[in-house]
Design a protein around this ligand. Structure first.
Ligand SMILES: Cc1cc2nc3c(=O)[nH]c(=O)nc-3n(C[C@H](O)[C@H](O)[C@H](O)COP(=O)(O)OP(=O)(O)OC[C@H]3O[C@@H](n4cnc5c(N)ncnc54)[C@H](O)[C@@H]3O)c2cc1C
Length: 386
């Protein structure tokens, strides 16, 4: 299936060639075993695809967000799931934008080569959820160290990472002027931390997504692992969200095309009442509608990339791209499952796996309601509701 806007064909060809070695059965077996696609992620890393956004001077390929988004899109469009590795592409942005030169020299080249995986970002907490500024995990300075206490939830890929970016409160909520002040970000060496103040408890969940509860009990972090200035961590995290949202939008777009492609093929082949089911408009129309919506989301994705890569404000476009794409991929998933009828529920067709995977994007990394509230407040000028 073609689309009206297939840019960056050379990148698409490269990622598709790599993905061809990892067919449906590969991802199906990993999903059934609740395993991790080590071989796939290794191959992507060795080929340099996950280092797309790291500047060349630090060992990456220094590509723009548009190119990076096409890499993520293609992984999902080929039947895989970028969720296993997308953190490696964008978590380093915090370090790149706000780290000291010494931190960048120490970490970025080894992240680019894959020697160090910075796959994890610890923000969400069980008692405060989306209300991030109320988070309760604290990091207290004691001499040349910070001591961390608290709890996080839904922190992904911790067990497939050497490093994690951690957001914790360094000044109590009661002592700050603005609620977004007083939080800081740290780079945590997970091999040193686990078992020495950090306990990781995996969460069984609907998707094959390695995600965990984290318990911090007097975890000591060297003070030099603070990124940027103490107290500005929340702003630093926000700075990275536009890239993250746009990349996730691209993953949804990849899923959307995958579902429509599969459904259109099946609707042409499956004969019921002596004719292909795709001859019925009741089968055609939901697929046509889903295709239209994926195409529209695709345009907004490129608009967000264009602005981001030109260093222009793109908060609204990145949020809208994520909203449209997550909705479109979910509609496409639904239409595809319906087209397959009963067979859509059988694992061997991979529809039910991708159906579960794409549903996540309406909730994480940002839920749909929060995007709507962003647009209402920041684009339409409506009063803040919370
Ligand atoms: C598989 C998975 C992986 C994840 N990986 C990570 C990770 O690596 N790192 C990390 O930090 N987090 C991660 N998350 C957490 C994710 O970002 C949160 O689940 C998400 O931001 C929503 O927060 P919550 O679950 O606490 O929901 P809540 O904040 O409890 O909200 C529940 C529902 O209420 C709605 N809601 C809440 N407040 C409002 C309001 N004011 N107006 C309208 N609606 C509202 C929300 O939209 C949501 O639908 C992951 C989550 C999942 C499921």
């Amino acid at each position: 299936m073609g689309t009206s806007d297939d840019r960056f064909q050379d990148i698409r060809d490269g990622v598709r060639a790599l993905c061809a070695a990892f067919p449906d059965e590969y991802f199906r077996k990993i999903d059934e075993a609740r395993g991790y696609p080590d071989a796939f992620v290794d191959a992507l890393t060795k080929a340099g695809w996950l280092a797309a956004l790291i500047p060349q001077e630090y060992g990456g390929s220094g590509l723009g967000l548009a190119e990076a988004s096409v890499i993520m899109e293609e992984i999902n469009r080929c039947g895989g799931n970028s969720g296993a590795c997308h953190g490696q592409m964008y978590n380093m942005g915090t370090l790149l934008r706000h780290g000291s030169e010494a931190q960048k020299r120490e970490f970025l080249p080894r992240i680019a080569s894959g020697e160090l995986r910075l796959q994890s970002m610890g923000v969400t907490e069980p008692t405060t959820g989306t209300d991030t500024t109320k988070l309760k995990t604290t990091a207290q300075r004691k001499g040349d160290r910070y001591v961390v206490n608290g709890q996080k939830v839904w922190i992904s890929r911790v067990l497939h990472s050497e490093l994690m970016i951690l957001l914790a409160r360094t000044t109590p909520f009661a002592d700050v002027k603005r609620k977004s002040d007083g939080m800081s970000i740290f780079i945590v060496d997970l091999h040193q931390a686990i078992g020495k103040g950090l306990t990781v408890r995996p969460i069984a969940n609907m998707v094959n997504h390695e995600t965990n509860e984290l318990f911090f009990d007097a975890l000591e972090i060297p003070a030099e692992n603070l990124i940027g200035e103490e107290g500005k961590g929340f702003k630093y995290i926000l700075d990275g969200l536009n890239a993250e949202r746009t990349l996730i939008a691209a993953e949804c777009i990849g899923d959307g095309y995958w579902f429509i492609d599969r459904a259109a093929k099946y609707a042409n082949e499956r004969i019921v009442f002596d004719r292909p089911i795709g001859k019925n408009q009741g089968v055609q129309f939901p697929l046509a509608e889903a295709y239209i919506e994926v195409e529209a989301a695709n345009l907004m994705r490129y608009r967000a990339c264009e602005l981001f890569d030109a260093h222009l404000p793109c908060g609204a476009e990145a949020n809208m791209a994520k909203y449209l794409a997550a909705k479109a991929s979910w509609e496409a998933a639904n239409a595809c499952l319906q087209t397959y009828g009963g067979f859509g529920f059988a694992s061997e067709y991979d529809i039910e796996r991708k159906f579960r995977e794409t549903r996540l994007y309406q909730v994480a990394p940002i839920s749909t309601n929060l995007i709507l509230s962003y647009v209402a407040e920041h684009v339409l000028g409506l009063p803040r509701s919370f």
